[in-house]
Ligand binder design. Structure first.
Ligand SMILES: Cc1cc2nc3c(=O)[nH]c(=O)nc-3n(C[C@H](O)[C@H](O)[C@H](O)COP(=O)(O)OP(=O)(O)OC[C@H]3O[C@@H](n4cnc5c(N)ncnc54)[C@H](O)[C@@H]3O)c2cc1C
Length: 379
């Protein structure tokens, strides 16, 4: 087993780090939230520069604007972005899972129309899955899509839709089967957000004032070309999509960096004399490393073109633990001042709360690990 980076990957990281140090010298992640106007304006300009270098979608096929590179290069990119607070903004969703879903399930027409603008960094997408009565139990969703003429009429409500206020499209789940059809009656729609009948309302939230939104759909008509895959095939698409999303953000990379900065603070304040604190640091470092290695197993599967597996659930759970360990440690060693706006523990602590809920909660990941990896009975 070889754990070292190839010379090619290492050289790519060096070049990337030098570029980011230059481009992001004056930038700090906006604490007003990923969906804020300031943040998304910055992201739009920044991803254009990445696209010019072929570093926005390096892992996509060249015919759709990608660089034809492997999964590892894409992941090195993700690690360096996440360490810096994800300057790609909402674009990280496009490149991690929206694009790959379009490549896998889209028609040639959808690929040719929708992928190049993502690869050029010109559009943002958001994810319209959750509803007020359908979060963990996603198959209970009630937003309806009914055939009318050459298209569908959408009615319903989505909630917690990150970045909908700045997005151009929504990757939307809606029910096309009967009310009782469960997973078998769900379809995916590629919804342009400027469609008449679509209304976005902001929700203030813990992860940032401008991050969450509700999406209201009232008799919103879209052409049949907006359907992704077959009608009622949505569940299969969404399972794959979530596997990509779960490890899309290398959260351990940011957590490890915050941990290093916390260690510096503690050293300066002479706090390492306390054995308890030393122990907490050791445990948090181990969590970050465990998460990193478990995520690498998923990327290794991807690089070998294997189908997504439950290793993604394991890796996600480990990342949540790593984020929580560092967020809790910040509060333990720095006290409540760690959570003051812009302070070291602030974004970390809030991220760690969100990480255990988004893309399937921590408890749901544990359920899936027991069922799919440990093969324990469901009840
Ligand atoms: C930062 C962040 C960003 C998000 N972005 C988006 C987005 O862009 N688009 C979108 O559609 N959604 C988004 N969400 C919503 C997210 O997907 C849901 O919050 C999540 O699926 C949980 O659903 P819920 O909030 O309805 O909680 P519930 O499903 O009501 O769960 C509440 C609690 O009960 C636990 N629980 C529920 N069922 C079980 C079970 N069977 N076994 C054990 N425990 C269980 C859960 O673990 C959780 O702790 C985001 C959430 C966060 C925090």
């Amino acid at each position: 087993m070889e754990f070292a980076w190839s010379e090619q990957d290492a050289a790519f990281r060096r070049e990337l780090v030098a570029f980011l140090d230059r481009e992001l010298a004056d930038w700090q992640r906006s604490e007003t939230g990923l969906g804020s106007a300031v943040y998304s304006e910055f992201s739009r300009a920044f991803v254009g520069k990445l696209a010019d270098k072929g570093w926005l979608t390096p892992h996509w096929p060249p015919e759709y604007g990608g660089g034809g590179q492997g999964a590892w290069q894409h992941f090195v990119l993700g690690e360096e972005m996440w360490k810096r607070g994800e300057p790609r903004g909402p674009q990280y969703m496009n490149v991690n899972w929206v694009g790959p879903a379009l490549i896998k399930y889209g028609t040639e027409q959808q690929r040719r129309t929708l992928l190049p603008p993502i690869a050029r960094g010109e559009v943002f997408w958001c994810q319209g899955f959750s509803e007020p009565e359908a979060g963990t139990d996603l198959a209970a969703l009630r937003t309806r899509a009914v055939r009318e003429g050459d298209g569908f009429v959408l009615n319903g409500q989505k909630i917690w839709t990150s970045y909908a206020n700045v997005a151009d499209y929504c990757f939307l789940l809606a029910r096309t089967g009967s009310t009782a059809s469960g997973r078998a009656g769900i379809s995916v729609f590629l919804l342009p957000l400027d469609t008449p009948g679509v209304e976005v309302r902001r929700i203030s939230g813990l992860v940032g004032e401008h991050s969450f939104n509700e999406l209201f759909l009232t008799d919103a008509w879209i052409p049949a070309e907006c359907l992704l895959g077959e009608e009622n095939e949505g569940w299969r698409i969404v399972r794959r999509t979530l596997a990509y999303e779960r490890v899309g953000a290398p959260r351990y990379a940011r957590a490890a960096l915050v941990l290093d900065r916390l260690a510096e603070r503690c050293r300066e304040a002479g706090l390492f004399g306390d054995e308890g604190i030393q122990e907490q640091f050791g445990a948090a470092r181990a969590q970050c490393e465990a998460a990193r290695v478990l995520v690498y197993r998923v990327i290794d599967e991807r690089a070998k073109a294997k189908e997504p597996s439950p290793l993604a659930n394991q890796a996600r759970a480990a990342m949540v633990l790593a984020e929580r360990a560092v967020g809790d440690l910040a509060v333990d060693v720095l006290g409540s001042e760690a959570l003051a706006e812009g302070e070291l523990g602030d974004a970390q602590f809030r991220n760690s709360l969100g990480a255990g809920i988004a893309a399937g909660s921590y408890e749901v990941q544990l359920n899936l690990i027991t069922r799919l990896i440990l093969k324990l009975p469901k009840d």
